[in-house]
Design a binder for this molecule. Structure first.
Ligand SMILES: Nc1ncnc2c1ncn2[C@@H]1O[C@H](COP(=O)(O)OP(=O)(O)OP(=O)(O)O)[C@@H](O)[C@H]1O
Ligand SMILES: [Mg+2]
Length: 305
């Protein structure tokens, strides 16, 4: 049975879509059947894989509305073992159209259920909101991967996300785990980035992925060519970092499967949302603000690829 990973953070522009596309492509390149589901009306994962806008194409909107099956929505991609369920901007309407619908949070979960045995990984790209679309993704998921930008407001809003995860566990999906937190657009040369990393390590412990994703121009360019970075420029640091992240995730999923087979508790305790109060976030931000004044401005985007 495949592992369903939702890539979520309600903060905009932190690298969710870049992570979803490139992680999914890296799984596929590791020769495991992988499905990427675009759950965002912005449809960036869809266009990032080279699919032009087409309102007629079966999309995640149809899945949520019960108007098509996941099988009917599947699209093949340039990578042999990567499939896509595309999105379309009409998905924004699903938030309203489903308000009074029966089992409205379970629509994605139920739609994907028949496909779960066909894919080793299913990666869901979420919109930058804690709306019904993200809720559907989190209810469908086994685990959530949280991309965070290595900047000094990184932890802002995270208590709200962790709180949502807690509530989903309590009411809708008790199995939902935190797969990990991955630092994106990370510039390891700066003191600030190192401080943010230390801060996140203290807070998330083992959940902080060892792999970090550097700021890399190839990752930003690849979507306009409709390709994952590992197809566009396989030797770029960006492509390499996501291949490394995929390996780390595959290892983690093997470990979590082994521990569930022998009936052990998973290695790390799930994070409690209450662990970080708003005051603490404020406090951390103030310390970070103080620190940032001592640090020279971060360098330009890495153009060395
Ligand atoms: N590691 C990186 N290096 C350079 N550019 C990056 C990197 N990661 C993401 N970007 C760029 O930053 C922008 C935001 O990234 P992305 O679209 O992945 O974020 P997002 O969290 O999905 O945004 P949204 O919240 O709008 O869905 C994009 O232009 C993307 O190309
Ligand atoms: Mg996005």
């Amino acid at each position: 049975m495949g592992r369903v990973i939702a890539v979520a953070n309600q903060k905009g522009g932190v690298g969710k879509t870049t992570t979803a596309i490139n992680l999914a492509a890296s799984f596929a390149a590791a020769e495991v059947n992988t499905l990427l589901v675009d759950c965002d009306p912005q449809s960036n994962a869809t266009s990032g894989l080279g699919f032009v806008k087409d309102p007629e194409r079966v999309s995640s909107y149809h899945l949520l509305m019960g108007a098509a099956t996941a099988e009917e929505a599947l699209q093949t991609t340039e990578l042999e073992q990567l499939w896509l369920i595309p999105s379309h901007k009409n998905l924004i309407g699903a938030n309203l159209e489903l308000v009074d619908a029966d089992r409205r949070e379970f629509r994605m979960r139920e739609a994907l259920a028949p496909l779960r045995d066909r894919f080793q990984f299913v990666v869901l790209d979420c919109p930058p909101a804690l709306d019904l679309l993200t809720l559907n993704a989190l209810v469908a998921a086994d685990a959530v991967l949280i991309p965070m930008q290595g900047e000094y407001f990184a932890l802002e809003g995270i208590s709200e996300l962790l709180d949502t995860i807690e509530r989903i566990r309590a009411a809708l999906n008790p199995e939902l785990a935190i797969e990990g937190v991955v630092l994106t657009m990370f510039d390891e040369r700066t003191n600030l980035a190192q401080q943010v990393k230390t801060e996140l390590k203290n807070f998330f412990g083992d959940k902080l992925c060892t792999t970090t994703v550097p700021r890399n121009i190839r990752l930003a360019e690849a979507p306009s060519h409709g390709k994952p970075a590992l197809v566009y420029d396989p030797r770029s640091r960006g492509a390499e970092s996501y291949i490394k992240l995929a390996k780390e995730m595959i290892e983690r999923s093997v470990i979590s499967r082994q521990s569930s087979v022998v009936g052990e508790e998973p290695a790390a305790e799930p994070l409690a949302a209450e662990a970080l109060t708003t005051e603490q976030t404020e406090e951390r931000r103030e310390t970070q603000e103080a620190k940032v004044e001592e640090i020279p401005a971060t360098g330009e985007m890495d153009k060395s690829a």
